[in-house]
Structure formats: structure tokens, C-alpha cells
Design a protein around this ligand. Structure first.
Ligand code: LLP
Length: 432
């Protein structure tokens, strides 16, 4: 019935997560409230590690894409599980370093890293800086020379693959702001220049073809294109690039219409394709890196809200208004993303009402979902929205000066705050 095994309904008919009553959590910590189940996150991390063992002799590693959700405790959990980290900004890197994350196991991404960010990455010994364009490569080359270090680098490639996902998050095709183009020869020129530079060590080639993808085929195609590029680099320069990073993008379950592939099916298919290409090209198999974000944290999280009003507009729609909205979850406003919702205090009852779940911002588009089927809603009810673990807190804002909700982590019946609720004082702390 629900998106993940950590959810259930208890004897009171309340929704539970990780053995905790969600209505009790809403009372204890207040709403809106993000709640995440630690074991679901850890299990997702372990699935990636295990599928490398089973399909690729362990010759690979997952780097959690922390843009999905970055906070110190999550960095610590991911580190404990043996994953690396993908960061895309000085802020994400700072959080990871403050959490004690091993910089060697960090990949630094971004299509326009600032000079400060490049300095920060080099000064802190970040494992790999993923170069996006020629201008950045020149800057990095110079900075590394000035510091007398060799920058360990990767190159983001546009493999030209249309992954049939939402156009806002489609990044593998040629018309994308991310990465070097293969078709124009730009990528090969950049690889040659990186290899020729004594300040750069080209460790990896990288691609990321999109997000919330369910098909395995585009991933296989991307892996084959990247293997072809690796061969081209070898032919032209004589250098065999050690690692191939295939990015993230694995789809998760938001509603019953979503059918994610088991990770193992993905890894076994991709591993076979990579091994076949390595054999065909008479080259060693590359070390494979993956960058799952959504699939590590997405399904583990829910958001709890309190229903404030139920406004019936006869023959048009019923608005159920909650105490959060686009400030804590902008994904419906941005992408019309589908979500499953339940009235947590009536989770054992059938979903009988078709409603529009509306937020509290001064903005008509501030909706969490239209035409959602939920239990009969009344003011004071706790409303739970599923699969909000990824790209919710990390994309939240203070629009209308609404403080950000806290994140509570649950584990086998106990709960703890891992990110505190913002206060009104937090909102004005930078005002002068
Ligand atoms: N690696 C790179 C280089 C990426 O750009 C991304 C996501 C990932 C890994 C992780 O992808 P995932 O496994 O999470 O799909 N805000 C959008 C998603 C944007 C994803 C951007 N890049 C959303 O809410 O759906």
C-alpha cells in the first residue's frame, strides 16, 4: 500500500514510520515536519554496495549525490555505509567537511564553480574535481600550478542520450548547460589538454543522463558511449582513463504508477555491457562510480503537516490547506510532480475524497498535489506526504518568511532531531 517497508498502520489506525507513530511525532516536534527512516537510507546504500560486489567484483563505488539532501548527520550515515559523496557547491562541501567526511571520497561537481569553490576544493584535498568546460579547466590548471599541486580531475561528458524524463531535469542531450560535447570533438580536445597538463591528472570521465529514470536501456547506452570515448582517448593519447562515472538518476516510487527497477537489474545489465565493450576494445574494465541521490533518501522520507481548513467549492474542487507547502516542497509547483498523501490519523480508513492539497503561501500555484485521493479531512488532522526525502529540504525556501521545518530521523521506534526547526530569529539573523 505504501511506498516503502518502513511504513505501517498501528492499532490506533495511525500511520507509522520506522516503528514511530506519525501523529505522536507531529505532536512532539510540531508541523510541518520532515521525518526520515534511517534503516531505509542505510539499506539503499547497502544495495548499491552489494550490487557492485555481485556484478562487478566490487570494482566500483557509489557516491551519494548530496544535492538530494545534505546535512551533517546524513553525511555521517553515508560515510558509515562506505559511500563517497558528490557535492555541487561550496556549501555542500563545507557541510561534508564539518561532518568529518573524508575529502578523498568527495567528487566536486558544478557547471560554474567559482574561484573560491575551486580553491576550497584544492585546499581541502577533494578527491576528484569534475570539470565542466574549457574555461574552468584553464582556471583549474592555473590554480593547481600556483599551489604546486596536481588536481585529480574528471570530465563531465554529454553522451547525447535522451532519457525520456521531465525536460527540466534532462541533462544528457547536446543542448544542455552541463559538460563537454562529444559530437563536436570538444570532449576529446579537452581530454587531450587535461592529459598534456602537468597540473591535472585525468582520473575519470563522467556522464549523468537525467533523473527519475525507470528504463535500464538509456543507462546501458550511456555506458557504451562512455566506453567508446575512453577507447578514443586511449587511441589518441595512449592513456587509459581509470574510472568511468555513470552518474545517478535511478527512479523511485512516488505513487503506484511508478515501478522502479531493482538496483541489481540495473547493475548486472550495465556491468555486462561494460565488460563486453572492454573485451571488444581490448582494454581493462574501468572502475565504475555511480552517483545516486534520490534513490538513497527519497522513499525514506515523509512530510507531516497539520490541516488548517477544508474549503469545499461546490462542483469545482475541495482545497485542504496545510501549514506548509511550496516552501518545504516546491516540486509540484516546479514540475507537477505526483505524490501520494494520507491523513495520518485515519490511515487505516479508505481514501474517499478527491482533494487539492494547498500550501499557505500567497501564491495560487502553491499546491502539493491536485486530485489527490485521501481520507476524509478535517481541521486538526495530520496529513502525511510520502517520498519527500529527496529534493524537498534541499530545495526549500523562506518565501513569505516561512521558517524551514526540522528533520527528524527515526530508527526502530526511536526518534531524534537531525536538523533543527528554523526560528523567526534565524530568519532575521542576516538582516542589518
Ligand atoms: N549526479 C549528477 C551529476 C547530477 O546532476 C544529479 C542530479 C545526480 C547525480 C543525482 O541524480 P538522482 O540520482 O538524484 O536522480 N530537483 C530535481 C532533480 C534534479 C537532479 C539534478 N541532478 C527534482 O526534484 O526532481
Amino acid at each position: 500500500m505504501f511506498v516503502a517497508d518502513c511504513f505501517d498502520v498501528n492499532e490506533k489506525g495511525h500511520l507509522t514510520i520506522g516503528g514511530c507513530d506519525t501523529v505522536g511525532l507531529a505532536e512532539e516536534y510540531g508541523t510541518p515536519l520532515y521525518v526520515m527512516d534511517e534503516m531505509t537510507i542505510r539499506q539503499a546504500c547497502r544495495l548499491y554496495q552489494k550490487s557492485f560486489q555481485e556484478n562487478y567484483d566490487g570494482h566500483g563505488m557509489a557516491f551519494y549525490a548530496s544535492k538530494a539532501l545534505n546535512c551533517k548527520e546524513l553525511c555521517r550515515i553515508v560515510a558509515e555505509e562506505g559511500l563517497g559523496l558528490d557535492v555541487v557547491s561550496g556549501g555542500e562541501l563545507y557541510t561534508a567537511l564539518k561532518a568529518g567526511f573524508d575529502p578523498e571520497k568527495i567528487h566536486f561537481h558544478g557547471n560554474n564553480k567559482t574561484q573560491d569553490e575551486l580553491n576550497m576544493a584544492l585546499d581541502n584535498g577533494v578527491g576528484v574535481i569534475v570539470m565542466d568546460n574549457l574555461d574552468e579547466m584553464k582556471r583549474l590548471d592555473q590554480l593547481a600550478a600556483e599551489k604546486g599541486v596536481t588536481a585529480q580531475v574528471s570530465m563531465r561528458i554529454k553522451p547525447g542520450i535522451d532519457a525520456h524524463t521531465h525536460s527540466f531535469i534532462r541533462t544528457g542531450q547536446i543542448d544542455s548547460k552541463f559538460g563537454f560535447a562529444l559530437e563536436t570533438g570538444e570532449a576529446l580536445e579537452a581530454a587531450k589538454a587535461a592529459i598534456a597538463s602537468k597540473n591535472l591528472n585525468l582520473k575519470e570521465i563522467h556522464c549523468h543522463i537525467g533523473s527519475q529514470i525507470f528504463d535500464i536501456d538509456p543507462f546501458v547506452l550511456a555506458a557504451e558511449v562512455m566506453m567508446g570515448f575512453r577507447k578514443q582517448i586511449k587511441d589518441v593519447t595512449g592513456v587509459t582513463v581509470e574510472c568511468m562515472n555513470l552518474g545517478g538518476g535511478f527512479g523511485i516510487k512516488y505513487t503506484d504508477r511508478d515501478h522502479p527497477q531493482p538496483y541489481n537489474a540495473y547493475m548486472s545489465t550495465v556491468a555486462k555491457a561494460v565488460k563486453a565493450k572492454a573485451k571488444e576494445y581490448d582494454m581493462p574494465v574501468p572502475f565504475i562510480c555511480l552517483e545516486p541521490g534520490r534513490s538513497i533518501v527519497g522513499e525514506s522520507g515523509i512530510t507531516l503537516y497539520t490541516v488548517g481548513s477544508v474549503k469545499v467549492i461546490p462542483k469545482i474542487r475541495t482545497y485542504v490547506s496545510i501549514d506548509g507547502g511550496m516552501t518545504d516542497n516546491p516540486r509540484y509547483a516546479l514540475y507537477k510532480s505526483s505524490y501520494l498523501a494520507v491523513i495520518a490519523d485515519k490511515a487505516g480508513q479508505p481514501a474517499v475524497e478527491k482533494v487539492t492539497i494547498a500550501g499557505k503561501c500567497c501564491e495560487s500555484g502553491d499546491l502539493i498535489q491536485e486530485d489527490a485521493m485521501i481520507q476524509e479531512a478535517a481541521p486538526g488532522d495530520t496529513l502525511a506526504v510520502f517520498s519527500t526525502g529527496a529534493y524537498n529540504y534541499s530545495m526549500s525556501s523562506n518565501y513569505n518568511r516561512i521558517p524551514k521545518p526540522p528533520i527528524v530521523m527515526v530508527k526502530a521506534g526511536s526518534s531524534r532531531v537531525i536538523v533543527k526547526r528554523e526560528t523567526y530569529d534565524d530568519l532575521i539573523k542576516n538582516d542589518v
